[in-house]
Design a protein around this ligand. Sequence first.
Ligand SMILES: O=P(O)(O)OC[C@H]1O[C@H](OP(=O)(O)OP(=O)(O)O)[C@H](O)[C@@H]1O
Ligand SMILES: Nc1ncnc2[nH]cnc12
Length: 178
Amino acid sequence: MISDYLKNSVTRVPDYPKAGIQFRDITSLVADGRAFAEAVTALAEPYLSQAVDKVVGIEARGFVFGAALARELGVGLALARKPGKLPRATCRETYTLEYGEDALHMHLDALEPESRVLLVDDLIATGGTALAALRLVRQLGASPIGAAFVIALPELGGLAALQRQRVATHHLMEFAGE
Ligand SMILES: O=P(O)(O)OC[C@H]1O[C@H](OP(=O)(O)OP(=O)(O)O)[C@H](O)[C@@H]1O
Ligand SMILES: Nc1ncnc2[nH]cnc12
């Protein structure tokens, strides 16, 4: 159970980036040392007793939590990046967002085959991003053992979609569309 302090550290921004979207802004959370520390500790908690070989952080907000979580678990971080950012050969997956379309890439040697991988992002909404990252992990022959998010928007279906893919999920707080 997380504190009200942590939940209240997320800022709601109505109609960003377009009308009708309630944007959940984590910049206020990470700027607050107490809130950030609680979030990273709570994200790591279920994985302290599991074997994890690598954390995969999803650009860009997922890098912030992915890096802290990898450090907390004592493992390395692999980057799932937006197009045009990785300098060597990559695999690629496209996806649809709540407010647009994009693609993710990973270096072909980013993950060891059969390694146990934990996906991390700040937020799951439709799940398009996390599912694309999951497909990348599977393309590279690694085993996704879980997916962790600071925020879930369950009404948008992403958590359920990941669970249908038999990926165990963990999140710290939920928001409805209010
Ligand atoms: O579950 P979904 O509907 O896919 O939405 C969630 C994704 O949307 C946001 O990323 P965004 O693409 O806005 O990029 P950013 O992290 O670079 O700001 C967020 O950080 C997640 O990655
Ligand atoms: N409502 C939302 N707030 C912040 N990031 C998001 N990514 C997708 N939907 C989002």
